[in-house]
Design a protein around this ligand. Structure first.
Ligand SMILES: *[C@@H]1O[C@H](CO)[C@@H](O)[C@H](O)[C@H]1NC(C)=O
Ligand SMILES: *[C@@H]1O[C@H](CO)[C@@H](O)[C@H](O)[C@H]1NC(C)=O
Ligand SMILES: *[C@@H]1O[C@H](CO)[C@@H](O)[C@H](O)[C@H]1NC(C)=O
Length: 221
């Protein structure tokens, strides 16, 4: 049984937790990022826009990351064969990220992993270091990436990308609540933070009031 003082303490504690929690009174803003691991503007978007924005606004965001981009896929025996715009290193790094998305249950952590890889000089070599720095199971991720499982997971990424409507024309390709327009694309690449704050229909998270960031050059390949 709780005594009187414990009860007061519990009430205070709950109140504090409640007061510090952002109110979420509307559906989250769905953001889709269809990208490939070595394209410079994809990496710039992930590192310079998505990661900082998500770190402040994750409570009002529903993030979907799809590492495939402008790659192509064909059937090769009982496997899928991927051909990537920036060569085999990119295909490998796409699959490492795809396996990361599968094995890492927290979106925040998987984005940390992908951000770390994207910020590295040689992203295709960065998986292990990034996994270790985030205390993730690199063994599981790299075994997945080099095997049938990763091959099949990457095919799911290909399907998601190739079923976009309208079809994607470049990379990164951004959707907001399932919609892609040039305006959304430009706004996201220039100031994703503002775009999410603007789009969210509920009471704005406090971060929307305070933070101002410098604009980025919009671009894609
Ligand atoms: C999050 O996005 C996915 C993919 O677009 C969608 O299927 C899902 O319904 C969305 N969830 C919410 C809560 O909006
Ligand atoms: C997985 O494949 C990558 C790239 O081809 C290679 O560098 C690495 O050594 C392989 N890892 C294992 C565990 O086979
Ligand atoms: C944000 O600013 C507006 C107007 O300045 C204010 O009404 C609102 O309460 C603020 N919201 C938060 C969460 O601080």
């Amino acid at each position: 049984m709780l005594n009187r003082f414990d009860s007061i303490f519990v009430v205070l504690l709950l109140w504090t937790v409640y007061a510090e929690t952002e109110k979420v009174d509307a559906p989250p803003v769905s953001l889709g990022l269809y990208y490939e691991s070595l394209c410079p503007y994809c990496r710039q978007f992930i590192v310079g826009q998505l990661w900082p924005t998500y770190s402040h606004l994750s409570v009002v965001m529903n993030l979907t990351l799809v590492p495939f981009g402008n790659a192509q896929v064909t059937k090769d025996g009982d496997k899928w064969k991927f051909t990537c715009q920036h060569g085999p290193n990119e295909c490998y790094s796409n699959i490492v990220q795809t396996c990361g998305l599968f094995y890492i249950t927290s979106t925040k952590t998987s984005l940390n992993f992908i951000q770390c890889i994207s910020a590295a000089d040689e992203p295709w070599q960065a998986g292990e270091k990034c996994a270790e720095s985030l205390q993730l199971d690199w063994e599981a991720i790299s075994t997945c990436a080099n095997g049938t499982h990763g091959n099949n997971l990457e095919y799911e990424m290909a399907k998601k990308t190739l079923s976009l409507d309208p079809p994607h024309q470049y990379s990164p390709w951004i959707t907001l609540n399932g919609v892609h327009t040039e305006e959304i694309q430009d706004q996201a690449q220039n100031d994703l933070f503002d775009l999410i704050c603007e789009t969210y229909k509920g009471e704005k998270p406090s971060a929307c009031n305070v933070t101002k960031r410098k604009p980025y050059t919009s671009n894609h390949v």
